[in-house]
Design a binder for this molecule. Structure first.
Ligand SMILES: [Mg+2]
Length: 406
């Protein structure tokens, strides 16, 4: 249980357990009857979310926040920035995926994740003003570039046309090197230049926030070639962030670097450690394990997902002594990174810079486990948990069709 808890989402597991009862009790009934019972579970959930929000909003005169029914059942639960109509989301999901037709395969993690995505999307669409996206595995495949022909490119241009501010919020940190981000986003840049109706203001509504929250770039208007320009820190960072000293940042990175080096040595891992001003990473090298067989030397270890998780969790508990800077330690899928700051801070910086509220902001990402770097955005705004760019595109299709019909 403990060994797997970092790979589980408590709220999704809770909803799965609620849906398990009607699934078992109505296995032999028809799909319509199962749907009716699933719908009742969803109504109860909407009610619990409503109560949870009411209690969170209510000031207690003794300064003590009362615990909601939902928080008692799921102690890890966070804040909801909107009400959620879970029944409506379930019906939409069922229409697209034939969920209630199933009588042999029980409601799964992915079913619940997608129903929650649809509910969050339906709730936020009318008020949406800022949409932020993770990069790798959310907009494009891991390490790939954004292609002009990708349907997501057209959908993001459409968001800009609707007057929504759009930002890529990524761990990738290329300080003072906007050309590296431009290279990855060349398809998007070209699509902006090719869209005759897109105004300069709309082009300038597209941002890239790198290193979680450390570097902010803004696209320029068409006359300027829709290039990325870097904003000065003073323009977008809070006064608190501006006070983070270089010495503290260096000490934090030193501590993370030492932890990674010790792990690599202790476990005999063949890896490259990359050090940047505000991040440090561990990239396992591909090794030919068979080469070491019979040579008398101990072969370096294979780096499994579990070993990467182990290091990410060790780094999350880093002893930083008197330094209290926020940082993110995460498993990027095939590597480990420690960055100063977090995507929560990143999204909140954008909200302040663009005068946008949490209930008008939506973040889309694929790393919502405790060991992922999108997880932190849950404290800043409504979120969608996707598994790949195709799912992101499907979510945008739903959003854009809701927006058009309004
Ligand atoms: Mg990602």
């Amino acid at each position: 249980m403990l060994a797997q808890s970092h790979r589980k989402d408590a709220f999704i597991e809770f909803i799965k357990s609620l849906l398990a009862a009607p699934f078992v009790l109505h296995m032999r009934d028809d799909a319509q009857r199962r749907l009716q019972h699933y719908g009742e579970v969803m109504d109860s959930l909407s009610q619990m979310i409503h109560e949870h929000r009411e209690l969170a909003a209510r000031e207690d005169p003794r300064g003590k926040r009362r615990v909601s029914r939902l928080a008692r059942l799921v102690p890890e639960i966070g804040d909801f920035f909107t009400e959620l109509d879970m029944r409506s989301a379930l019906l939409e999901y069922n229409a697209a995926y034939g969920f209630a037709e199933r009588s042999r395969v029980a409601p799964s993690f992915n079913d619940v994740r997608l129903v929650l995505n649809i509910a969050q999307l339906q709730a936020i669409t009318p008020a949406l003003r800022l949409m932020t996206f993770d990069g790798d595995c959310t907009l494009y495949e891991d390490g790939a570039n954004f292609d002009r022909s990708d349907p997501l490119v057209g959908q993001m241009i459409q968001l800009l046309r609707f007057g929504i501010k759009v930002a890529l919020v990524t761990a990738a940190g290329y300080p003072s090197a906007p050309e590296k981000y431009t290279e990855r986003l060349a398809g998007l840049q070209q699509a902006m230049l090719d869209a005759p109706d897109l105004t300069d203001d709309q082009c300038r509504s597209l941002y890239v926030l790198g290193g979680e929250c450390s570097y902010l770039f803004q696209f320029t208007g068409k006359a300027d070639g829709c290039r990325l320009r870097e904003l000065a820190r003073e323009e977008f960072m809070t006064s608190e962030m501006l006070q983070w000293s270089d010495a503290d940042i260096k000490a934090l990175m030193d501590a993370a670097h030492a932890c990674i080096s010790s792990f690599v040595q202790r476990l005999n891992i063949n890896a490259t450690i990359i050090r940047k001003p505000r991040s440090v990473g561990m990239l396992p090298r591909k090794t030919r394990h068979d080469l070491d067989v019979g040579s008398g030397r101990r072969a370096s270890r294979r780096v499994t997902a579990e070993l990467l998780d182990e290091l990410a969790l060790e780094l999350a508990d880093l002893d930083t002594g008197p330094i209290s800077l926020p940082y993110t330690a995460f498993n990027g899928g095939s590597d480990i990174w420690v960055d100063v700051g977090s995507k929560q801070i990143g999204v909140q910086l954008l909200q302040a810079y663009l005068s946008t509220l949490p209930e008008q902001t939506l973040h889309v990402g694929d790393q919502f486990l405790r060991i992922g770097n999108d997880f932190a955005t849950r404290r800043a705004c409504t979120t969608l948990w996707v598994t790949d760019p195709a799912e992101t595109s499907h979510m945008l299709e739903l959003l854009l069709s809701c927006r058009k019909s309004n």
